[in-house]
Ligand binder design. Structure first.
Ligand code: GLN
Length: 564
Protein backbone atom coordinates (compact mmCIF):
# COMPACT_ATOMS: atom_id res chain seq x y z
CA UNK A 1 0.00 0.00 0.00
CA UNK A 2 1.63 3.27 -1.11
CA UNK A 3 2.49 5.60 1.78
CA UNK A 4 -0.23 8.12 2.61
CA UNK A 5 -2.93 6.27 0.67
CA UNK A 6 -6.34 6.48 2.34
CA UNK A 7 -7.75 2.97 2.28
CA UNK A 8 -10.92 1.14 3.24
CA UNK A 9 -10.52 -2.65 3.74
CA UNK A 10 -7.02 -2.37 2.31
CA UNK A 11 -8.10 -0.80 -0.98
CA UNK A 12 -7.94 2.87 -2.04
CA UNK A 13 -11.12 4.59 -0.95
CA UNK A 14 -11.80 5.74 -4.52
CA UNK A 15 -12.65 2.11 -5.29
CA UNK A 16 -15.82 2.37 -3.25
CA UNK A 17 -17.19 5.40 -5.11
CA UNK A 18 -16.67 3.50 -8.32
CA UNK A 19 -18.23 0.43 -6.71
CA UNK A 20 -21.43 2.28 -5.81
CA UNK A 21 -21.67 4.36 -8.98
CA UNK A 22 -21.29 1.24 -11.12
CA UNK A 23 -23.65 -0.68 -8.85
CA UNK A 24 -26.39 1.85 -9.59
CA UNK A 25 -25.53 2.03 -13.26
CA UNK A 26 -25.82 -1.77 -13.57
CA UNK A 27 -28.95 -1.70 -11.42
CA UNK A 28 -30.58 0.51 -14.02
CA UNK A 29 -29.06 -1.34 -16.97
CA UNK A 30 -30.00 -4.87 -15.98
CA UNK A 31 -33.32 -3.85 -14.46
CA UNK A 32 -34.34 -2.15 -17.68
CA UNK A 33 -32.91 -4.95 -19.82
CA UNK A 34 -34.91 -7.55 -17.90
CA UNK A 35 -38.14 -5.80 -18.83
CA UNK A 36 -37.19 -4.73 -22.34
CA UNK A 37 -38.08 -7.78 -24.43
CA UNK A 38 -41.41 -8.09 -22.64
CA UNK A 39 -42.07 -4.38 -23.09
CA UNK A 40 -41.39 -4.61 -26.82
CA UNK A 41 -43.57 -7.66 -27.36
CA UNK A 42 -46.36 -6.97 -24.87
CA UNK A 43 -46.67 -3.20 -24.77
CA UNK A 44 -45.60 -2.13 -28.24
CA UNK A 45 -46.66 -5.43 -29.76
CA UNK A 46 -43.62 -5.74 -32.00
CA UNK A 47 -43.35 -9.24 -33.44
CA UNK A 48 -41.04 -11.72 -31.65
CA UNK A 49 -38.55 -11.50 -34.45
CA UNK A 50 -38.50 -7.73 -34.71
CA UNK A 51 -38.22 -7.47 -30.92
CA UNK A 52 -35.35 -9.94 -30.78
CA UNK A 53 -33.48 -8.03 -33.48
CA UNK A 54 -34.04 -4.71 -31.72
CA UNK A 55 -33.01 -6.19 -28.40
CA UNK A 56 -29.87 -7.64 -30.00
CA UNK A 57 -28.96 -4.36 -31.67
CA UNK A 58 -29.51 -2.44 -28.46
CA UNK A 59 -27.43 -4.75 -26.26
CA UNK A 60 -24.66 -4.86 -28.87
CA UNK A 61 -24.56 -1.08 -29.47
CA UNK A 62 -24.48 -0.39 -25.76
CA UNK A 63 -21.06 -2.07 -25.65
CA UNK A 64 -19.85 -1.13 -29.12
CA UNK A 65 -20.05 2.60 -28.36
CA UNK A 66 -17.71 2.23 -25.38
CA UNK A 67 -14.79 2.33 -27.82
CA UNK A 68 -15.74 5.90 -28.78
CA UNK A 69 -16.39 6.99 -25.18
CA UNK A 70 -13.10 5.40 -24.15
CA UNK A 71 -11.07 7.03 -26.94
CA UNK A 72 -12.52 10.50 -26.29
CA UNK A 73 -11.67 10.16 -22.61
CA UNK A 74 -8.07 9.11 -23.37
CA UNK A 75 -7.42 12.05 -25.66
CA UNK A 76 -9.46 14.91 -24.31
CA UNK A 77 -12.07 14.50 -21.63
CA UNK A 78 -10.39 12.31 -19.06
CA UNK A 79 -12.41 9.53 -17.45
CA UNK A 80 -14.04 11.57 -14.69
CA UNK A 81 -15.80 14.00 -17.03
CA UNK A 82 -16.71 11.20 -19.42
CA UNK A 83 -18.32 9.16 -16.64
CA UNK A 84 -20.24 12.21 -15.42
CA UNK A 85 -21.55 12.96 -18.91
CA UNK A 86 -22.45 9.30 -19.47
CA UNK A 87 -24.32 9.19 -16.17
CA UNK A 88 -26.33 12.30 -17.11
CA UNK A 89 -27.30 10.75 -20.45
CA UNK A 90 -28.29 7.57 -18.62
CA UNK A 91 -30.54 9.38 -16.17
CA UNK A 92 -32.26 11.02 -19.15
CA UNK A 93 -32.56 7.74 -21.07
CA UNK A 94 -33.92 5.67 -18.21
CA UNK A 95 -36.19 8.55 -17.24
CA UNK A 96 -37.64 8.71 -20.75
CA UNK A 97 -38.32 4.97 -20.69
CA UNK A 98 -40.87 5.71 -17.99
CA UNK A 99 -43.06 7.55 -20.51
CA UNK A 100 -44.88 4.59 -21.89
CA UNK A 101 -47.97 6.10 -23.50
CA UNK A 102 -50.87 3.79 -23.94
CA UNK A 103 -48.86 1.34 -26.01
CA UNK A 104 -50.27 -0.49 -28.96
CA UNK A 105 -53.48 -2.21 -29.66
CA UNK A 106 -53.70 -5.40 -31.59
CA UNK A 107 -56.84 -5.38 -33.61
CA UNK A 108 -57.22 -9.06 -34.17
CA UNK A 109 -56.66 -12.44 -32.70
CA UNK A 110 -57.96 -15.62 -34.12
CA UNK A 111 -57.36 -19.15 -32.96
CA UNK A 112 -56.92 -21.06 -36.22
CA UNK A 113 -58.23 -24.56 -36.65
CA UNK A 114 -61.77 -25.48 -37.48
CA UNK A 115 -64.05 -22.81 -36.38
CA UNK A 116 -67.78 -22.85 -36.59
CA UNK A 117 -69.50 -19.52 -36.59
CA UNK A 118 -72.81 -18.08 -37.44
CA UNK A 119 -72.56 -14.77 -39.16
CA UNK A 120 -74.49 -11.87 -37.83
CA UNK A 121 -75.03 -8.64 -39.65
CA UNK A 122 -73.19 -5.71 -38.16
CA UNK A 123 -72.15 -2.36 -39.46
CA UNK A 124 -68.75 -0.76 -39.17
CA UNK A 125 -65.54 -0.75 -41.10
CA UNK A 126 -63.94 -3.93 -42.11
CA UNK A 127 -60.31 -3.03 -41.95
CA UNK A 128 -58.70 -6.43 -41.71
CA UNK A 129 -59.39 -9.01 -44.26
CA UNK A 130 -59.46 -12.55 -43.14
CA UNK A 131 -60.30 -14.65 -46.04
CA UNK A 132 -61.15 -18.12 -45.10
CA UNK A 133 -62.46 -20.72 -47.37
CA UNK A 134 -65.93 -19.39 -46.96
CA UNK A 135 -66.75 -18.62 -50.49
CA UNK A 136 -67.43 -14.98 -51.06
CA UNK A 137 -67.68 -13.63 -47.54
CA UNK A 138 -65.15 -11.29 -46.14
CA UNK A 139 -65.04 -11.41 -42.41
CA UNK A 140 -63.37 -9.05 -40.07
CA UNK A 141 -62.74 -9.72 -36.48
CA UNK A 142 -62.69 -6.95 -34.04
CA UNK A 143 -61.12 -7.60 -30.71
CA UNK A 144 -60.59 -11.31 -30.70
CA UNK A 145 -63.45 -13.65 -31.25
CA UNK A 146 -65.94 -11.53 -29.41
CA UNK A 147 -67.10 -9.46 -32.30
CA UNK A 148 -67.23 -10.11 -35.98
CA UNK A 149 -68.12 -7.83 -38.76
CA UNK A 150 -69.24 -8.97 -42.14
CA UNK A 151 -69.44 -6.84 -45.17
CA UNK A 152 -71.23 -9.27 -47.37
CA UNK A 153 -74.87 -8.85 -46.50
CA UNK A 154 -75.82 -11.90 -48.54
CA UNK A 155 -74.16 -14.23 -46.05
CA UNK A 156 -75.81 -12.80 -42.98
CA UNK A 157 -77.50 -15.41 -40.90
CA UNK A 158 -75.97 -18.37 -42.69
CA UNK A 159 -73.87 -20.82 -40.71
CA UNK A 160 -70.43 -21.31 -42.22
CA UNK A 161 -67.51 -23.46 -41.32
CA UNK A 162 -64.06 -22.06 -41.71
CA UNK A 163 -61.74 -24.90 -42.46
CA UNK A 164 -58.59 -22.87 -42.59
CA UNK A 165 -58.18 -19.25 -41.83
CA UNK A 166 -55.34 -16.92 -42.58
CA UNK A 167 -55.26 -13.68 -40.80
CA UNK A 168 -53.31 -10.52 -40.69
CA UNK A 169 -52.83 -8.50 -37.58
CA UNK A 170 -52.78 -4.79 -37.66
CA UNK A 171 -51.02 -3.15 -34.79
CA UNK A 172 -51.71 0.42 -33.94
CA UNK A 173 -48.84 2.13 -32.22
CA UNK A 174 -48.72 5.61 -30.93
CA UNK A 175 -46.08 7.20 -33.10
CA UNK A 176 -44.95 9.67 -30.45
CA UNK A 177 -44.27 7.04 -27.84
CA UNK A 178 -42.53 4.69 -30.24
CA UNK A 179 -40.16 7.55 -31.04
CA UNK A 180 -39.67 8.27 -27.35
CA UNK A 181 -38.73 4.61 -26.92
CA UNK A 182 -36.08 4.84 -29.65
CA UNK A 183 -34.71 8.06 -28.23
CA UNK A 184 -34.54 6.55 -24.73
CA UNK A 185 -32.65 3.50 -26.01
CA UNK A 186 -30.25 5.75 -27.93
CA UNK A 187 -29.59 7.90 -24.84
CA UNK A 188 -28.78 4.77 -22.85
CA UNK A 189 -26.47 3.50 -25.61
CA UNK A 190 -24.57 6.80 -25.62
CA UNK A 191 -24.61 6.95 -21.82
CA UNK A 192 -23.12 3.48 -21.37
CA UNK A 193 -20.72 4.36 -24.20
CA UNK A 194 -19.31 7.24 -22.16
CA UNK A 195 -19.50 5.54 -18.78
CA UNK A 196 -18.84 1.82 -18.80
CA UNK A 197 -15.31 1.45 -20.13
CA UNK A 198 -14.14 4.64 -18.46
CA UNK A 199 -15.29 3.79 -14.98
CA UNK A 200 -13.38 0.49 -15.26
CA UNK A 201 -10.34 2.43 -16.44
CA UNK A 202 -10.48 4.58 -13.30
CA UNK A 203 -10.41 1.43 -11.14
CA UNK A 204 -7.15 0.51 -12.85
CA UNK A 205 -5.77 4.02 -12.31
CA UNK A 206 -6.08 3.57 -8.54
CA UNK A 207 -3.30 0.98 -8.54
CA UNK A 208 0.34 1.35 -9.46
CA UNK A 209 1.84 -0.96 -12.09
CA UNK A 210 3.36 -3.46 -9.69
CA UNK A 211 0.48 -3.31 -7.20
CA UNK A 212 -0.66 -6.87 -6.50
CA UNK A 213 -4.05 -5.65 -5.26
CA UNK A 214 -5.21 -4.85 -8.80
CA UNK A 215 -7.00 -8.14 -9.67
CA UNK A 216 -8.46 -8.19 -6.22
CA UNK A 217 -9.68 -4.58 -6.56
CA UNK A 218 -11.35 -5.42 -9.84
CA UNK A 219 -13.01 -8.42 -8.26
CA UNK A 220 -14.51 -6.18 -5.58
CA UNK A 221 -15.63 -3.75 -8.27
CA UNK A 222 -17.17 -6.69 -10.13
CA UNK A 223 -19.12 -7.51 -7.03
CA UNK A 224 -20.67 -4.03 -7.18
CA UNK A 225 -21.71 -4.69 -10.78
CA UNK A 226 -23.51 -7.85 -9.78
CA UNK A 227 -24.96 -6.48 -6.59
CA UNK A 228 -26.67 -3.89 -8.78
CA UNK A 229 -27.87 -6.53 -11.18
CA UNK A 230 -29.13 -8.76 -8.37
CA UNK A 231 -31.00 -5.95 -6.61
CA UNK A 232 -32.67 -4.82 -9.82
CA UNK A 233 -33.73 -8.30 -10.87
CA UNK A 234 -35.55 -8.55 -7.56
CA UNK A 235 -37.12 -5.06 -7.71
CA UNK A 236 -37.28 -3.40 -11.14
CA UNK A 237 -38.47 -6.58 -12.84
CA UNK A 238 -41.14 -7.42 -10.32
CA UNK A 239 -42.41 -3.85 -9.96
CA UNK A 240 -42.47 -3.35 -13.72
CA UNK A 241 -44.59 -6.46 -14.21
CA UNK A 242 -46.89 -6.07 -11.23
CA UNK A 243 -47.46 -2.30 -11.10
CA UNK A 244 -46.80 -1.16 -14.65
CA UNK A 245 -43.92 -0.60 -17.01
CA UNK A 246 -43.48 3.05 -16.10
CA UNK A 247 -42.89 2.18 -12.45
CA UNK A 248 -40.26 -0.41 -13.33
CA UNK A 249 -38.40 1.80 -15.79
CA UNK A 250 -38.89 4.78 -13.48
CA UNK A 251 -37.23 2.87 -10.65
CA UNK A 252 -34.29 2.06 -12.94
CA UNK A 253 -34.02 5.81 -13.62
CA UNK A 254 -34.10 6.66 -9.92
CA UNK A 255 -31.31 4.11 -9.35
CA UNK A 256 -29.19 5.78 -12.03
CA UNK A 257 -29.84 9.17 -10.47
CA UNK A 258 -28.48 7.77 -7.20
CA UNK A 259 -25.39 6.64 -9.13
CA UNK A 260 -24.89 10.09 -10.68
CA UNK A 261 -25.21 11.81 -7.31
CA UNK A 262 -22.80 9.36 -5.66
CA UNK A 263 -20.23 10.08 -8.32
CA UNK A 264 -20.69 13.85 -8.22
CA UNK A 265 -20.47 14.09 -4.45
CA UNK A 266 -17.56 11.73 -3.86
CA UNK A 267 -15.36 12.29 -6.91
CA UNK A 268 -12.74 14.21 -4.92
CA UNK A 269 -11.82 10.78 -3.49
CA UNK A 270 -10.40 9.91 -6.89
CA UNK A 271 -7.64 12.40 -6.12
CA UNK A 272 -7.29 13.64 -9.66
CA UNK A 273 -6.50 10.25 -11.15
CA UNK A 274 -9.19 10.52 -13.79
CA UNK A 275 -8.70 14.12 -14.82
CA UNK A 276 -8.36 15.30 -18.42
CA UNK A 277 -4.87 14.74 -19.86
CA UNK A 278 -4.62 18.46 -20.59
CA UNK A 279 -6.93 21.14 -19.19
CA UNK A 280 -5.73 23.71 -21.76
CA UNK A 281 -6.48 21.41 -24.66
CA UNK A 282 -10.10 21.13 -23.51
CA UNK A 283 -10.54 24.88 -23.62
CA UNK A 284 -9.10 25.25 -27.11
CA UNK A 285 -11.49 26.46 -29.78
CA UNK A 286 -12.89 23.73 -31.97
CA UNK A 287 -15.31 25.48 -34.32
CA UNK A 288 -16.89 28.88 -33.71
CA UNK A 289 -17.91 29.26 -30.08
CA UNK A 290 -17.50 25.53 -29.43
CA UNK A 291 -14.42 24.39 -27.55
CA UNK A 292 -12.92 20.89 -27.56
CA UNK A 293 -14.76 19.81 -24.40
CA UNK A 294 -18.14 20.71 -25.86
CA UNK A 295 -17.19 19.11 -29.15
CA UNK A 296 -16.76 15.83 -27.22
CA UNK A 297 -20.21 16.24 -25.72
CA UNK A 298 -21.58 16.95 -29.18
CA UNK A 299 -20.00 13.69 -30.37
CA UNK A 300 -22.33 12.10 -27.80
CA UNK A 301 -25.26 13.69 -29.60
CA UNK A 302 -23.90 12.19 -32.81
CA UNK A 303 -23.89 8.75 -31.15
CA UNK A 304 -27.49 9.29 -30.06
CA UNK A 305 -28.63 10.12 -33.59
CA UNK A 306 -26.72 7.19 -35.07
CA UNK A 307 -27.94 4.76 -32.41
CA UNK A 308 -31.54 5.86 -32.81
CA UNK A 309 -31.42 5.25 -36.54
CA UNK A 310 -29.72 1.88 -36.12
CA UNK A 311 -32.07 0.52 -33.47
CA UNK A 312 -35.07 1.66 -35.51
CA UNK A 313 -33.75 -0.07 -38.62
CA UNK A 314 -31.97 -2.94 -36.92
CA UNK A 315 -33.89 -5.47 -39.01
CA UNK A 316 -32.21 -4.05 -42.11
CA UNK A 317 -28.63 -4.49 -40.85
CA UNK A 318 -27.15 -7.63 -42.45
CA UNK A 319 -25.46 -10.27 -40.28
CA UNK A 320 -22.12 -10.15 -42.07
CA UNK A 321 -21.82 -6.52 -41.07
CA UNK A 322 -21.24 -7.56 -37.48
CA UNK A 323 -18.46 -9.97 -38.50
CA UNK A 324 -16.77 -7.29 -40.60
CA UNK A 325 -16.94 -4.84 -37.71
CA UNK A 326 -15.16 -7.41 -35.51
CA UNK A 327 -12.41 -7.94 -38.07
CA UNK A 328 -11.93 -4.21 -38.72
CA UNK A 329 -11.57 -3.35 -35.05
CA UNK A 330 -9.09 -6.21 -34.66
CA UNK A 331 -6.99 -4.91 -37.57
CA UNK A 332 -7.20 -1.42 -36.16
CA UNK A 333 -5.95 -2.54 -32.74
CA UNK A 334 -3.08 -4.60 -34.13
CA UNK A 335 -2.25 -1.75 -36.51
CA UNK A 336 -2.16 0.64 -33.58
CA UNK A 337 0.16 -1.64 -31.61
CA UNK A 338 2.54 -2.14 -34.51
CA UNK A 339 2.69 1.38 -35.92
CA UNK A 340 2.31 3.57 -32.83
CA UNK A 341 4.10 1.52 -30.19
CA UNK A 342 7.45 -0.17 -29.90
CA UNK A 343 9.40 -2.55 -27.70
CA UNK A 344 7.84 -3.60 -24.44
CA UNK A 345 4.88 -1.27 -24.83
CA UNK A 346 3.98 -2.94 -28.10
CA UNK A 347 4.28 -6.45 -26.67
CA UNK A 348 2.07 -5.50 -23.76
CA UNK A 349 -0.54 -4.07 -26.08
CA UNK A 350 -0.48 -7.27 -28.14
CA UNK A 351 -1.06 -9.25 -24.94
CA UNK A 352 -4.00 -6.95 -24.14
CA UNK A 353 -5.40 -7.70 -27.60
CA UNK A 354 -5.03 -11.41 -26.88
CA UNK A 355 -7.17 -11.05 -23.73
CA UNK A 356 -9.68 -8.89 -25.55
CA UNK A 357 -10.20 -11.65 -28.13
CA UNK A 358 -9.88 -14.58 -25.73
CA UNK A 359 -13.07 -13.55 -23.94
CA UNK A 360 -15.14 -14.34 -27.06
CA UNK A 361 -15.57 -18.12 -26.53
CA UNK A 362 -16.44 -17.49 -22.89
CA UNK A 363 -19.28 -15.00 -23.41
CA UNK A 364 -20.59 -16.85 -26.45
CA UNK A 365 -21.37 -19.79 -24.14
CA UNK A 366 -22.08 -17.90 -20.96
CA UNK A 367 -24.64 -15.63 -22.59
CA UNK A 368 -26.87 -18.56 -23.47
CA UNK A 369 -28.23 -17.82 -19.99
CA UNK A 370 -30.71 -15.22 -21.16
CA UNK A 371 -31.67 -17.02 -24.35
CA UNK A 372 -31.38 -20.74 -25.06
CA UNK A 373 -30.72 -21.78 -21.46
CA UNK A 374 -33.80 -19.88 -20.31
CA UNK A 375 -35.95 -21.61 -22.90
CA UNK A 376 -34.40 -24.94 -21.96
CA UNK A 377 -35.16 -24.27 -18.30
CA UNK A 378 -38.74 -23.36 -19.13
CA UNK A 379 -39.27 -26.45 -21.25
CA UNK A 380 -37.18 -29.27 -19.82
CA UNK A 381 -36.34 -28.61 -16.20
CA UNK A 382 -38.32 -29.77 -13.22
CA UNK A 383 -38.55 -26.36 -11.55
CA UNK A 384 -40.25 -27.65 -8.49
CA UNK A 385 -38.12 -26.91 -5.45
CA UNK A 386 -39.51 -28.17 -2.13
CA UNK A 387 -43.03 -28.06 -3.49
CA UNK A 388 -42.60 -24.55 -4.82
CA UNK A 389 -42.77 -24.06 -8.56
CA UNK A 390 -40.05 -21.53 -9.35
CA UNK A 391 -40.61 -19.20 -12.31
CA UNK A 392 -38.05 -19.51 -15.08
CA UNK A 393 -36.65 -15.94 -15.08
CA UNK A 394 -35.75 -16.26 -11.39
CA UNK A 395 -32.91 -18.65 -12.29
CA UNK A 396 -31.10 -15.86 -14.07
CA UNK A 397 -30.54 -14.14 -10.74
CA UNK A 398 -28.37 -17.12 -9.75
CA UNK A 399 -25.36 -15.74 -11.62
CA UNK A 400 -25.39 -12.36 -9.91
CA UNK A 401 -26.12 -14.06 -6.57
CA UNK A 402 -23.16 -16.45 -6.93
CA UNK A 403 -20.87 -13.54 -7.90
CA UNK A 404 -21.84 -11.57 -4.82
CA UNK A 405 -21.22 -14.65 -2.66
CA UNK A 406 -17.97 -15.77 -4.24
CA UNK A 407 -16.30 -12.54 -5.38
CA UNK A 408 -15.00 -11.75 -1.87
CA UNK A 409 -13.51 -15.24 -1.73
CA UNK A 410 -11.76 -14.73 -5.06
CA UNK A 411 -10.57 -11.24 -4.11
CA UNK A 412 -9.04 -12.64 -0.96
CA UNK A 413 -7.68 -15.72 -2.71
CA UNK A 414 -5.75 -13.76 -5.37
CA UNK A 415 -4.04 -11.66 -2.73
CA UNK A 416 -3.34 -14.66 -0.48
CA UNK A 417 -1.92 -16.71 -3.35
CA UNK A 418 0.25 -13.87 -4.57
CA UNK A 419 1.75 -13.49 -1.11
CA UNK A 420 2.90 -17.11 -1.39
CA UNK A 421 3.95 -16.53 -5.01
CA UNK A 422 1.36 -19.09 -6.08
CA UNK A 423 -1.04 -16.85 -7.97
CA UNK A 424 -1.80 -18.27 -11.42
CA UNK A 425 -0.92 -15.89 -14.24
CA UNK A 426 -3.72 -14.05 -16.02
CA UNK A 427 -3.43 -16.19 -19.19
CA UNK A 428 -3.85 -19.29 -17.02
CA UNK A 429 -6.89 -17.81 -15.31
CA UNK A 430 -8.35 -17.02 -18.71
CA UNK A 431 -7.76 -20.58 -19.91
CA UNK A 432 -9.64 -21.88 -16.87
CA UNK A 433 -12.47 -19.41 -17.48
CA UNK A 434 -13.03 -20.64 -21.03
CA UNK A 435 -12.64 -24.28 -19.97
CA UNK A 436 -15.25 -23.81 -17.23
CA UNK A 437 -17.72 -22.32 -19.72
CA UNK A 438 -17.51 -25.63 -21.58
CA UNK A 439 -17.50 -27.76 -18.45
CA UNK A 440 -20.70 -26.07 -17.27
CA UNK A 441 -22.50 -27.19 -20.40
CA UNK A 442 -21.00 -30.67 -20.22
CA UNK A 443 -22.39 -31.11 -16.73
CA UNK A 444 -25.80 -29.94 -17.90
CA UNK A 445 -25.63 -32.46 -20.73
CA UNK A 446 -24.95 -35.09 -18.06
CA UNK A 447 -28.18 -34.02 -16.36
CA UNK A 448 -30.07 -34.13 -19.63
CA UNK A 449 -28.89 -37.69 -20.36
CA UNK A 450 -29.82 -38.76 -16.85
CA UNK A 451 -33.37 -37.66 -17.56
CA UNK A 452 -33.67 -40.25 -20.30
CA UNK A 453 -34.30 -40.06 -23.99
CA UNK A 454 -37.97 -39.09 -24.03
CA UNK A 455 -39.57 -35.96 -22.68
CA UNK A 456 -38.30 -36.51 -19.10
CA UNK A 457 -37.39 -33.39 -17.12
CA UNK A 458 -33.86 -32.57 -16.01
CA UNK A 459 -33.29 -32.22 -12.27
CA UNK A 460 -33.12 -28.60 -11.16
CA UNK A 461 -29.78 -28.90 -9.44
CA UNK A 462 -28.09 -29.20 -12.81
CA UNK A 463 -29.27 -25.64 -13.48
CA UNK A 464 -27.73 -24.53 -10.21
CA UNK A 465 -24.60 -26.42 -11.18
CA UNK A 466 -24.18 -24.83 -14.62
CA UNK A 467 -24.77 -21.33 -13.24
CA UNK A 468 -22.29 -21.98 -10.47
CA UNK A 469 -19.58 -23.37 -12.78
CA UNK A 470 -20.13 -20.51 -15.22
CA UNK A 471 -19.90 -17.97 -12.43
CA UNK A 472 -16.60 -19.46 -11.26
CA UNK A 473 -15.38 -19.14 -14.84
CA UNK A 474 -16.63 -15.56 -15.03
CA UNK A 475 -14.69 -14.64 -11.90
CA UNK A 476 -11.55 -16.14 -13.44
CA UNK A 477 -12.00 -14.20 -16.64
CA UNK A 478 -14.09 -11.08 -16.57
CA UNK A 479 -12.67 -9.02 -13.68
CA UNK A 480 -9.21 -10.36 -14.51
CA UNK A 481 -9.62 -9.19 -18.10
CA UNK A 482 -10.61 -5.69 -16.99
CA UNK A 483 -7.62 -5.63 -14.70
CA UNK A 484 -5.18 -6.83 -17.37
CA UNK A 485 -6.38 -4.37 -19.97
CA UNK A 486 -5.85 -1.43 -17.61
CA UNK A 487 -2.39 -2.75 -16.82
CA UNK A 488 -1.18 -3.73 -20.28
CA UNK A 489 -2.45 -0.93 -22.52
CA UNK A 490 -0.28 2.20 -22.57
CA UNK A 491 -1.73 4.93 -20.32
CA UNK A 492 -2.77 7.09 -23.26
CA UNK A 493 -4.80 4.28 -24.82
CA UNK A 494 -6.34 2.55 -21.80
CA UNK A 495 -9.80 3.98 -22.38
CA UNK A 496 -9.83 2.91 -26.00
CA UNK A 497 -8.57 -0.58 -25.11
CA UNK A 498 -11.18 -0.92 -22.40
CA UNK A 499 -13.73 0.18 -25.00
CA UNK A 500 -12.42 -2.57 -27.27
CA UNK A 501 -12.82 -5.09 -24.44
CA UNK A 502 -16.51 -4.25 -24.15
CA UNK A 503 -16.93 -4.03 -27.89
CA UNK A 504 -15.89 -7.68 -28.24
CA UNK A 505 -18.01 -8.50 -25.25
CA UNK A 506 -20.94 -7.08 -27.23
CA UNK A 507 -19.98 -9.00 -30.37
CA UNK A 508 -19.72 -12.22 -28.33
CA UNK A 509 -23.27 -11.63 -27.20
CA UNK A 510 -24.18 -11.53 -30.83
CA UNK A 511 -22.39 -14.83 -31.41
CA UNK A 512 -24.26 -16.25 -28.43
CA UNK A 513 -27.46 -15.35 -30.26
CA UNK A 514 -26.27 -17.24 -33.32
CA UNK A 515 -25.58 -20.35 -31.18
CA UNK A 516 -28.93 -19.98 -29.42
CA UNK A 517 -30.66 -20.01 -32.78
CA UNK A 518 -29.15 -23.40 -33.65
CA UNK A 519 -30.87 -24.88 -30.59
CA UNK A 520 -34.17 -23.50 -31.87
CA UNK A 521 -36.81 -26.20 -31.87
CA UNK A 522 -39.86 -26.27 -34.07
CA UNK A 523 -42.97 -24.92 -32.41
CA UNK A 524 -46.53 -24.35 -33.42
CA UNK A 525 -48.43 -21.80 -31.39
CA UNK A 526 -45.65 -21.82 -28.78
CA UNK A 527 -45.86 -25.61 -28.32
CA UNK A 528 -43.01 -27.91 -29.29
CA UNK A 529 -43.95 -30.19 -32.15
CA UNK A 530 -41.57 -32.99 -31.13
CA UNK A 531 -40.57 -32.79 -27.49
CA UNK A 532 -38.00 -35.58 -27.47
CA UNK A 533 -36.30 -34.30 -30.60
CA UNK A 534 -36.16 -30.77 -29.20
CA UNK A 535 -34.51 -32.04 -26.03
CA UNK A 536 -32.00 -34.09 -28.01
CA UNK A 537 -31.32 -30.94 -30.05
CA UNK A 538 -30.30 -28.97 -26.97
CA UNK A 539 -28.10 -31.84 -25.76
CA UNK A 540 -26.38 -32.02 -29.12
CA UNK A 541 -25.64 -28.30 -29.46
CA UNK A 542 -24.57 -28.04 -25.82
CA UNK A 543 -22.24 -31.03 -26.17
CA UNK A 544 -20.61 -29.53 -29.24
CA UNK A 545 -20.07 -26.08 -27.76
CA UNK A 546 -18.83 -27.67 -24.53
CA UNK A 547 -16.11 -29.67 -26.27
CA UNK A 548 -15.07 -26.74 -28.46
CA UNK A 549 -14.72 -24.43 -25.46
CA UNK A 550 -12.89 -27.01 -23.38
CA UNK A 551 -10.55 -27.63 -26.30
CA UNK A 552 -9.93 -23.90 -26.71
CA UNK A 553 -9.33 -23.69 -22.95
CA UNK A 554 -6.66 -26.40 -23.16
CA UNK A 555 -4.96 -24.65 -26.08
CA UNK A 556 -5.03 -21.39 -24.13
CA UNK A 557 -3.42 -23.14 -21.20
CA UNK A 558 -0.68 -24.53 -23.44
CA UNK A 559 0.14 -21.14 -24.96
CA UNK A 560 -0.17 -19.28 -21.65
CA UNK A 561 3.62 -19.22 -21.01
CA UNK A 562 4.12 -17.40 -24.31
CA UNK A 563 1.47 -14.83 -23.52
CA UNK A 564 2.91 -14.40 -20.05
N1 GLN B 1 -21.79 -8.62 -16.28
C1 GLN B 1 -20.68 -7.79 -16.58
C2 GLN B 1 -21.06 -6.34 -16.62
O1 GLN B 1 -22.19 -5.99 -16.79
C3 GLN B 1 -19.98 -8.23 -17.83
C4 GLN B 1 -20.44 -7.56 -19.05
C5 GLN B 1 -19.67 -8.06 -20.24
O2 GLN B 1 -18.47 -7.85 -20.36
N2 GLN B 1 -20.34 -8.67 -21.14
O3 GLN B 1 -20.22 -5.52 -16.48
Amino acid sequence: IPAGEKTIFGHPRGLYILFFTEMWERFSYYGMRGLLILYLTQHFLFSDERSAVMYGAYTALVYVMTIIGGSLADRYLGQRKAVTYGAILLVMGHGLMAFEGSGSKEILTYQGQDYQITLEGRGGDADQIIIAETGTSKISFNDGATEMIIDNPAAVGLPVTIARAEYTTRVEQEELFVNILYLALALIIAGVGFLKANISTIVGALYGLGDTRRDSGFTIFYMGINLGSLLSSLTVGIIGIRYGWNWGFGLAGVGMLAGLLTFLVFQPWLEGRADPPSAEKLKEKFIGPINVEWACYLAGVGIIVFAMGTVMNAHLVPEWFVGILGVLVFLFLVGYAITKLAGEERDRMLAAIYFILAQIPFWALFEQAGSSLTLFTARFVDRNIFGWNVETPVFQALNAGFIVLFAPLFAWMWVALSKRKLEPSAPVKFAFGVFLAGLGFLSLVGGISASGAGAGLTAVYFIFLIYWIHTMGELMLSPVGLSQVTKLAPARAVGMSMGAWFLYSGLSNYLAGVIARTTGAETIGGQLTDVAAAKAGYAEVYTNVAYVAMGVGVVMLLISPIIK
